[in-house]
Design a protein around this ligand. Structure first.
Ligand code: AMP
Length: 211
């Protein structure tokens, strides 16, 4: 079963994907994570990607599709959760083509819905572990020891694009370029909605029932 998690920044895609990786046998493919790795590389491409991400804009379809293609070939045959990809209609078309070539398909697309007024507070308070990827929130889901990852003990960080200015751009990008994907997957008959408010555990339960 291959699943796409759709939803605006702060809707909980990464958090829910990580729960599915732990509770079911899924591989999480997050283009945000892949691009963050690329920016660490110090290459010219990495520096260009970093500038785009920090501003809250979308990286070009060409770059993102090439990165996904490379990853997909290395995990062929496994159940995948796509987190943050596709984000545009050309990316959705490219993903369908890639999956088709691999004799596979997308089985389900879940749109995580949240009242947009709640997103900013989620984003500004978000902290994560640079080592194991565990995610926390300063007030809603704090680590046991302030600033330290419960799982691996590393110091938690805030993403450079988790600030109000970048968030506004990311949300606009989402509404203009990514939200139309609900129509794309509705047309394919694989779209479901999950309200991503309330406890993380209850939302995870709703998602696993859909699977
Ligand atoms: P995320 O970790 O999913 O919130 O993504 C962080 C940033 O990475 C986004 O704001 C974009 O700049 C970039 N990004 C991630 N996934 C994509 C994608 N599928 N297409 C274009 N840009 C992306």
């Amino acid at each position: 079963m291959n699943l796409i998690l759709l939803g605006p920044p702060g809707s909980g895609k990464g958090t829910q994907a990580k729960i599915l990786v732990q509770s079911a046998n899924y591989i999480q493919l997050s283009t945000g994570d892949i691009l963050r790795e690329s920016r660490q590389s110090g290459t010219k491409l990495g520096r260009e990607v970093a500038a785009v991400m920090d501003a809250g804009d979308l990286v070009t379809d060409e770059i993102v599709i090439a990165l996904i293609e490379e990853k997909l070939t290395s995990i062929e045959g496994q159940d995948i959760i796509f987190d943050g990809f596709p984000r545009t209609l050309p990316q959705a078309d490219a993903l369908d083509d890639l999956m088709h070539r691999m004799g596979s398909k997308i089985d389900l697309a879940i749109e995580l819905t949240v009242d947009s007024s709640k997103l900013i507070e989620r984003i500004i308070g978000r902290i994560s572990c640079p080592n194991c990827g565990a995610m926390y929130h300063l007030t809603n889901n704090p680590p046991k020891v302030e600033g330290v990852c419960d799982h691996c003990g590393r110091i938690l960080i805030q993403r450079p694009d988790d600030n109000e200015e970048s968030f506004r751009t990311r949300l606009l990008e989402y509404y203009s370029k990514t939200a139309p994907l609900t129509g794309y997957y509705y047309k394919s008959g694989i779209l479901k909605y999950v309200t991503s408010e309330g406890s993380i555990k209850n939302i995870a339960q709703t998602i696993s029932e859909l699977l």
